[in-house]
Design a protein around this ligand. Structure first.
Ligand SMILES: Nc1ncnc2c1ncn2[C@@H]1O[C@H](COP(=O)(O)OP(=O)(O)OP(=O)(O)O)[C@@H](O)[C@H]1O
Length: 483
C-alpha cells in the first residue's frame, strides 16, 4: 500500500535549502519510526512530497501504518493511494470505474482532479470525462458538484494516475529535531504532558525530567506517560528520562521555609535542578506546563520570581491556554487517562500560598538553606534512555509471578481502551476489562476469593501494577503471560 505524504505548509514556504533539509529529516524520521515494525517500509523523497511504500496489503498493518503517519511531526496530510500509469483519458476512466462503481450505488458524486505536467487536457476536462462516464455506466445518484455524497479524488502527474482512497490530516509542526532540544519538566498532570506534546509536535527533541517528591506510584505514572508521549509522537529520536529524588529538598523546604512561600520555593529548586540536568545534556531550554493564573503559584509575579534562578530559556507553551483546552488536547493525544489517575504527592502545599512572592523575601529565606543539596540530588540521579524506561522497571520486578495457565482465574485486561478495542484478547477464559488507571480505585471492589491475572501487551505494565497491588496487600494477583 502506498501513501503520499505532503509536508506541513510552513515547510513549503521556506527557502529551497531549508526545505530540502527539513524534507530529508522528515524522510529519515519516517524510516526510523517504522524500523521496529514487522513489515518493510520504503520512503522516496519526491521534493514536494514523500512516497511511503508500506510493503504489505494486510488491512490491519495498513491501518497501523496510517495511524503512525498521523503522529509524525512535520506532515500536513497524507493520502492512501493507488498509483499506476495510464495512456489516455479513456484509460483513466477505465481504471477508475472498477474501483469506485460499487461505492457510487445510489449516491451523488463529484470527481476532483489535480494535474501536474504537460497534457492535452485540463483537470476540468479529465473530471468531466471520468464523471460523465461513471454517471452513464454506473447506477449512481447523479453528479453533484456542490454537495456530493462521495468525492473521487484523482491526481494526474505526467503519465501517472494516482487514485486517492483516503486522505488523513497529519500532525502539522516540524520534523524533530529541526527546532533543537529541550528538557520538559514532567509532573504527569494534564499540563506538563500537553506542553511536552506541543514541543515535540513543533519539532523539538524533548527530554523529560521528573522530580520525585516522595511517591513511588507517582514516579511509575510519570514514567508511563513520558514513555507514551515519546512512543506516540517522538519515537524517531532517542531521548533521555531523568528521575531526581527530590525528597531531601522537600524536607528542607518543609522544615525551613515559611508556609506561604513553599510553592514558589519548590519551583525555584526544580528550575535550578532542571538547569543543571539541561547543561549536562547540552540542552538550551526548559519547558513547563504552567498557565497564567491557573493556580496560585502561576501568577506573573510568582513566575518572575521563579525564573530568576536560571538564565536558561524557560518555555511555557500553555501560558495562555484555558484549562478546558488543555484537557481537550490531553484527550486527543491520549494522556487524559494517565493524568486523571496519577497519584500526586502534595507534600509541599501551603495553607495560604502567596500569589505575589517578593524576590527579596524569597532570597532572604533561601540564604538560610543549603543549596548544595540541589547538585547532590542531581548527581545521584540516573540518566535513562527512554526506550529502556519500562525495561529497567521490568528488571526490578522479577519476583512477580507470571502465569500462563489460567485455570479458574480471571484475566484482567489492563490495556487502555483503544488497544482493547483494536486487538481484543482472544483467550478461552473469563476476561474482564479494567484499564490500568482504574486498578487503584476498582481492584478492591472485585470478589476477594477469586485469583486475578493482569494482562497487557508487553507484560511490563502488568508487572508494575501487580507489584503495586501486592504492595497494597492484595495477594490474589499475578501476571498473565501467554506462552
Ligand atoms: N514533580 C515534578 N517534576 C517535574 N516537573 C514538575 C513537577 N511538579 C511540577 N512540575 C512542573 O511545573 C509545572 C507546574 O506545576 P504545578 O504543580 O504548579 O501545576 P499543575 O497545573 O499541577 O501542572 P501539571 O498539570 O503539569 O501537573 C508543571 O506543568 C511541570 O512542568
Amino acid at each position: 500500500m502506498k501513501f503520499i505524504v505532503r509536508l506541513h505548509s510552513e515547510i513549503t514556504i521556506k527557502s529551497n535549502s531549508v526545505r530540502k533539509r527539513f524534507t530529508r529529516i522528515l524522510e529519515s524520521n519516517i524510516r526510523n519510526v517504522f524500523r521496529p515494525y514487522p513489515f518493510d517500509v520504503g520512503v522516496t523523497n519526491l521534493w514536494d512530497k514523500l512516497l511511503v511504500n508500506v510493503k504489505t496489503d494486510d488491512p490491519e498493518s495498513v491501518e497501523l501504518a496510517a495511524m503512525q503517519l498521523s503522529r509524525i511531526p512535520g506532515i500536513e496530510y497524507f493520502m492512501q493511494v493507488r498509483q499506476s500509469t495510464y495512456t489516455d483519458l479513456h484509460d483513466i476512466y477505465e481504471q477508475v470505474k472498477p474501483h469506485w462503481q460499487d461505492k457510487l450505488a445510489g449516491k451523488t458524486f463529484a470527481v476532483r482532479v489535480k494535474r501536474r505536467g504537460k497534457h492535452e487536457y485540463t483537470s476540468t476536462q479529465i473530471a468531466a470525462y471520468v464523471g460523465g462516464g461513471l454517471n452513464q455506466h454506473c447506477d449512481t445518484g447523479g453528479v453533484s458538484l456542490k454537495k456530493p455524497d462521495v468525492v473521487i479524488n484523482l491526481e494526474v502527474e505526467n503519465d501517472q494516475l494516482i487514485m486517492v482512497d483516503k486522505r488523513t490530516a497529519g500532525l502539522g509542526g516540524f520534523p524533530i529535531p529541526t527546532q533543537g532540544e529541550v528538557l520538559s519538566l514532567m509532573s504527569g498532570g494534564f499540563d506538563s504532558g500537553v506542553a511536552s506534546y506541543q514541543m515535540i509536535r513543533r519539532g523539538a527533541r524533548t527530554h523529560f525530567v521528573f522530580f520525585n517528591l516522595g511517591g513511588t506510584e507517582h514516579e511509575i505514572g510519570v514514567r508511563e506517560v513520558s514513555h507514551y508521549l515519546w512512543k506516540q509522537f517522538g519515537a524517531s529520536h532517542r531521548v533521555k528520562f531523568i528521575a531526581v529524588d527530590f525528597a531531601p529538598v522537600v524536607q528542607m523546604i518543609l522544615e525551613q521555609v515559611d508556609n506561604g512561600l513553599m510553592g514558589v520555593m519548590l519551583k525555584r529548586m526544580m528550575l535550578r535542578a532542571a538547569a543543571i540536568v539541561a547543561d549536562n545534556l547540552q540542552v538550551d531550554a526548559l519547558v513547563t506546563g504552567e498557565s497564567l493564573g491557573q493556580v496560585s503559584s502561576q501568577t506573573l509575579a510568582n513566575l518572575n520570581v521563579i525564573d530568576q534562578v536560571t538564565n536558561k530559556l524557560v518555555l511555557r507553551p500553555l501560558i495562555c491556554s484555558d484549562k478546558q483546552e488543555i484537557i481537550d488536547t490531553a484527550r486527543e493525544i491520549g494522556t487524559e487517562d494517565f493524568a486523571r489517575t496519577i497519584p500526586e504527592y502534595c507534600g509541599v502545599i501551603s495553607n495560604k500560598p502567596t500569589v505575589a512572592a517578593r524576590l527579596a523575601d524569597v532570597e532572604a529565606q533561601e540564604a538560610k538553606l543549603d543549596l548544595s543539596i540541589i547538585e547532590q540530588v542531581v548527581r545521584a540521579s540516573n540518566v535513562e534512555d527512554i526506550r529502556d524506561l519500562l525495561k529497567e522497571t521490568e528488571a526490578d520486578l522479577r519476583e512477580v509471578e507470571r502465569v500462563s495457565d489460567v485455570d479458574n482465574a480471571v484475566i484482567l485486561d489492563i490495556r487502555p481502551p483503544v488497544e482493547q478495542e483494536r486487538k481484543p484478547l482472544q483467550v478461552d477464559a473469563e476476561i474482564q476489562l479494567m484499564p490500568f488507571y482504574q486498578l487503584g480505585s476498582k481492584f478492591g471492589d472485585l470478589p476477594k476469593e477469586r485469583q486475578y491475572l493482569l494482562y497487557c501487551e508487553r507484560g511490563v505494565m502488568s508487572k508494575l501494577q501487580a507489584l503495586y497491588l501486592q504492595e497494597k496487600g492484595f495477594t490474589n494477583v499475578a501476571v498473565y503471560h501467554p506462552e
